[in-house]
Design a protein around this ligand. Structure first.
Ligand code: SF4
Ligand code: SF4
Length: 356
């Protein structure tokens, strides 16, 4: 007899077996939710059950001692269940209102700020940085730590016009995403090629195909197969570096930071929007990146003071217009900023065909 084929399980596991029992019991049956205070969500179900989720900020890349500490807090003060939000906040669920205050005290005393809900600055989503990835031009988590130290009060309070999502990306091409304010690495010089290593380390057709503006050509250098870059075409994106590490693009001086604003993923009140670059050439200056923090804070606090209630950053810019944005934020405007890529269809290599 024909047997049913076993499904191939791929993707994320079913999360139901990890859910807090009250969440599982009331799955899809919630009546409403509110926020009794910053950092606490209160959900009420049609069955009358209630659950409080207490949200705390974490540093995302955590050592085992910190994870144990968070688990101990979950076992002692919550009900043994946690979950992480997409912005690396941790949430503890309790089905008893009397457990909320002791849980908040335990988290605060252990150095985990409670907040990140509603119209706050949520934890900055960031990419892997020096710890995990092989191509970063900076340490995203370090820039985040330096900035969140200064934005701490905006995390624990809900005083922004609307929610504010920030992100940091340590290269120009891969992870990262749309955010109200994004800090993104910006290479400003074409890659330097180590011709001795290209033949051993790189699959040259793959590297040639990878370039979005077809600036890379195969070449023989000193009798060895290598690559060459047409520097007039190169947009310094760094896409050739991951498949071919000898195309060294990271540089302590020429890998800078850029700030982009106005991105959002949600459909609430308006369509999702793409962010646009508003500041560039900012020094990549570890360990505290003060120049980056200064510009982000200036944009953030100008938005806070000037936006109407419930305007996301992109709504605010749309209402006041780009000239006003640059004037109010005291940022210089150049022709390289807020590019909307109208010319990308003819200038970007959007297929696997190679054009020279
Ligand atoms: S943003 Fe780029 S460099 Fe950073 S972790 Fe992602 S792929 Fe790696
Ligand atoms: S992939 Fe990017 S950095 Fe590399 S040559 Fe092409 S444009 Fe320049």
């Amino acid at each position: 007899m024909a047997q049913m084929r076993t499904p191939i399980e791929s993707g994320v596991p079913d999360n139901k077996r990890y859910l807090h029992p009250t969440l599982l019991k009331n799955y899809g049956n919630w009546r409403y939710h509110d926020r009794p205070r910053p950092g606490v969500l209160h959900h009420v179900s049609h069955s009358g059950d209630e659950v409080w989720s207490v949200r705390a900020g974490t540093q995302r890349q955590m050592d085992v001692h910190t994870i144990r500490k968070l688990c101990d807090i979950a076992d002692t003060y919550a009900e043994g269940h946690v979950r992480f939000t997409i912005r690396s906040n941790i949430e503890f669920m309790v089905a008893d209102t009397n457990k909320v205050a002791p849980l908040i005290s335990a988290l605060t005393e252990s150095g985990f700020p409670v907040g990140g809900t509603g119209n706050s600055v949520s934890m900055i989503a960031h990419t892997q940085g020096w710890l995990h990835c092989d191509i970063p031009g900076t340490d995203a988590s370090g820039a985040v730590k330096a900035l969140m130290d200064e934005l701490y009060t905006e995390f624990i309070r809900e005083e922004m016009p609307n929610r504010v999502h920030l992100s940091t990306s340590c290269c120009e091409i891969n992870c990262g995403g749309q955010a109200d304010i994004a800090i993104v690495i910006q290479h400003t010089k074409p890659p330097k090629i180590n011709h001795d290593l290209v033949a051993n380390a790189c699959e040259r057709p793959a590297v040639v195909a990878r370039c979005p503006v077809a600036a890379i050509r195969p070449a023989l250098v000193n009798g060895k197969p290598s690559l060459e870059v047409d520097e007039k075409k190169c947009i310094c994106c760094g896409a050739c570096f991951p498949p071919c590490p000898p195309m060294q693009i990271n540089d302590p001086e020429h890998s800078k930071f850029a700030i982009w604003v106005g991105g959002k993923n949600s459909n609430a009140r308006g369509k999702p929007t793409f962010m646009k670059m508003v500041a560039s050439g900012i020094p990549n200056n570890p360990p505290r990146w003060p120049e980056v923090s200064e510009i982000v804070k200036k944009i953030l606090y100008t938005y806070k003071a000037d936006a109407r209630p419930w305007e996301r950053l992109s709504d605010w810019v749309e209402r006041i217009g780009w000239p006003n944005f640059f004037e109010k934020c005291e940022l210089p405007f150049t022709k390289y900023l807020i590019d909307d890529w109208r010319g990308s269809r003819s200038s970007l290599n959007a297929s696997t065909h190679i054009r020279f």
